[in-house]
Ligand binder design. Sequence first.
Ligand code: GUN
Length: 293
Amino acid sequence: MAKLIDGKSVAADVVNKVKAMTADLVAKNGPQPGIAVVIVGEDPASQVYVASKSRTAKECGFLSVQHALPAETSEAALLKLIDDLNRDAAIHGILVQLPLPGHIDSGKVIQAIAPEKDVDGFHFINVGKVGTGELETAFVPCTPAGSMLLIERARGKDLSGLNAVVLGRSNIVGKPMANLLLAANCTVTVAHSRTKDLPALARTADILVAAVGRPQMVKGDWIKPGATVIDVGINRIPAPEKGEGKTRLVGDVDFAEAEKLAGAITPVPGGVGPMTIAMLMANTLVSAYLAAG
Ligand code: GUN
């Protein structure tokens, strides 16, 4: 049976460290880290994520400002808010929750965020730094950064020469994940919906990262025995066994099958999810330190 990778506990360690470092920074008359979280519209999943990000920021001792804008907010109004936040010295991190409503150009909005406040790591400057291995000065996207920490917890810091397969090629997870694994000297393959014979490819992976958004797609016979399996998916599916109309969260991996073969595996919930928020806090703290000079 696979070892369970407890993301909740690793995330709590990160948050506690951020909390202690924030108290230390403030005690030395440094700036209180400030994060602005912007949400447009009423997507229920986004509302849950945003509430959780704001709550954790407060727990860390940050100034946490939330801007909840109506779905019909214009692109110009959102760009104006970002411009204001870029100029606000009390704010060190700006996060615009995605997806945005269809009439707003997400790319334009993300690129309007000052790169030094882009704690999501989505601005071209940060994407470019991650792509060129300039990890020391980059804001690394939170989900891949958190996934790397979990991989290192499971198998140590030396990942050199391991075969890594990333399922999914999104800008938020798949592509930056592949770059981080490459920077760690893995041999990396990025698979996607057009990839031929996914199960056979997945079986070559010492490290398998699933980020496709398809509930329980990765089956037991996709797993190389002993592999480290990182499940980034968060999918809500019907759970009639819990009662009529009930649902439950599952990942992109069929956990019950995969845990029989994997060496280590993240659960859903309680795996990668909590790490995303923890790394956002870490990025915001770093931003405040850099602002302090
Ligand atoms: N939507 C889904 N994941 C993310 C994320 O990591 N950051 C933002 N801003 N929006 C998201």
